[in-house]
Design a protein around this ligand. Structure first.
Ligand code: GDP
Ligand code: IMO
Ligand code: MG
Length: 424
């Protein structure tokens, strides 16, 4: 973590690994924290001093020592949701206007994008992605099809531009046969208030901001949203989000040269979860899955949906480590396994043709996980304060993961609170 360098922190599974908590823990080591992709589909939870916060569009570095936080060009931003998030933070004693900068190149999620999200999902029927309904897909689609509305547009002839984009969206909705516009006028009114509210923040050319920061020998932590298996290129397509969640996304989402990237912190749970549709090889449908959900409180931070739960998948994790160039692993929610007698880890897939592989294949729909069983530690670790207290079985679990994944686990999380973190 040298100065003048950029480190990237991101999820290695299907999201909700605990990125928010660790960004908050690591923030004191950096000068700037920046989000590079995703939008209010993210829900990053932080807990400290008896308080709990869920951040969606605002970076998780805002609670530690007045650091500058940046919403980068790769992010998609909904003004109404941003306003409510920022107002809640201000009300709880965390005003942001002085230290939160927003890229002029970030794209705006319009109210009609959210309706298009719903309409697209409805049209997909059984094949629906199970999106968060925040308009993420339609906004990124407009960005790549060169129809997008950006934060920088707020500064000039905004109403005119907005009306043009809205009209185009209404035509698209008509073509989809969509007729449900309940509450639209009210939503649009609040959205416009959100646009006004945003004007108290600094709209910046974040690529200049970031690179000038580096030139001053200062350091930046890039905060990923979602997870590698939701990456639009490398995830379980088409059941993915619409952005590049991998480390390369930090380069395009902030304007950083790849040679500036230092560490890539890969966040993973000690087991695995997924929310929404799509394949999940180690998913458990039995009482063990229910137990993981109950012990881990596995309910979505944004939608409240039940998260699907299963064992850790090392084939999948090896792939994620590869495509991200992960330099250090951070293991979350180890405490959730505290009571288990036996713990399983998927070490290979059996393919439909009977062959086994340890390389993630093109299609993971019908693969069967091959498990290694490990002895549980059956010890409450939630109050531990140092590595020396870890039971032998837990140490063995960690060693096994490190050997298999060929990457060091440098931080172990044993509870949701900021303090429940063991740096090794
Ligand atoms: P993110 O989207 O990656 O930031 O993760 P989420 O906030 O969506 O989900 C992680 C959940 O696990 C949150 O409710 C956290 O408070 C909680 N959490 C984080 N680390 C730990 C941990 O080590 N143990 C337990 N039991 N909960 C944790
Ligand atoms: P964080 O940052 C978990 C999932 C949705 C859906 C798919 C596409 O909190 O880890 P979208 O609304 O992006 O078009 O939905 O991606 N998804 C997430 N799952 N954590 C997230 O974010 C997610 N963001 C999107 O459930 O399956
Ligand atoms: Mg989350």
């Amino acid at each position: 973590m040298e100065t003048g360098k950029v480190d990237v922190l991101l999820g290695l599974q299907w999201g909700d690994e605990g990125k928010g908590k660790i960004v908050d823990v690591l923030t004191p080591r950096y000068d700037v924290v920046a989000r590079f992709q995703g939008g209010p589909n993210a829900g990053h939870t932080l807990e400290f001093e008896g308080q709990k916060y869920v951040l969606r569009s605002i970076p998780s570095g805002i609670f530690q020592g007045g650091k500058v936080n940046i919403i980068g060009n790769g992010v998609v931003l909904a003004p109404d949701l941003f306003m409510s998030e920022a107002k809640d933070l201000a009300a709880s004693g965390h005003p942001l206007a002085e230290r939160l900068y927003i890229s002029k190149k970030a794209h705006l999620i319009m109210p009609t994008h959210r309706i298009l999200d719903k309409a697209n999902e409805a049209a997909k029927g059984k094949e629906m992605v199970g999106t968060t309904g925040k308009g993420i897909g339609p906004t990124y689609t407009d960005k790549t099809s060169r129809h997008g509305l950006r934060v920088g547009d707020i500064l000039e002839n905004f109403d005119e531009k907005y009306a043009k984009h809205k009209a185009r969206h209404l035509n698209m909705l008509k073509a989809l046969g969509w007729t449900d516009f309940e509450g639209f006028e009210e939503t649009e009114k609040v959205w416009m208030e959100g646009v006004e509210y945003m004007k108290q923040f600094r709209f910046v050319d974040s690529e200049h901001e970031i690179n000038n920061t580096l030139r001053k020998d200062k350091s930046i932590l890039c905060e990923g949203a979602q997870g590698t298996m939701l990456d639009v290129d490398f995830g379980s397509y088409p059941f993915v989000t619409s952005s590049n969640t991998i480390s390369a996304g930090a380069c395009t989402g902030l304007g950083i040269g790849p040679n500036k990237i230092g560490n890539v912190f890969g966040i993973m749970k000690a087991y695995c979860t997924r929310v929404g549709s799509g394949p999940f090889p180690t998913e458990l449908f039995d009482e063990t899955g229910t137990l993981l959900r109950d012990l881990g409180h596995e309910y979505g931070a944004v939608t409240g949906r039940e998260r699907r739960c299963g064992w850790i998948d090392l084939v999948q994790l090896r792939y994620s480590i590869m495509v991200n160039g992960v330099t250090e692993l951070i293991m979350m929610k180890s405490d959730v396994l505290d009571t288990f007698k036996t713990i399983k880890a998927c070490v290979a897939y059996e393919l439909p043709n009977g062959e086994t592989t340890t390389e993630l294949p093109y299609d993971i729909t019908d693969v069967k996980p091959v498990y290694k069983e490990l002895k549980g530690w059956q010890t409450d670790m939630t109050q531990f304060t140092s590595e020396a207290q870890f039971p032998a079985e837990f140490k063995e679990y960690v060693k096994f993961l490190e050997d298999f994944l060929e990457t060091r686990i440098s931080v172990i999380s044993i509870g949701p609170d900021r303090a429940q973190t063991i740096i090794r």
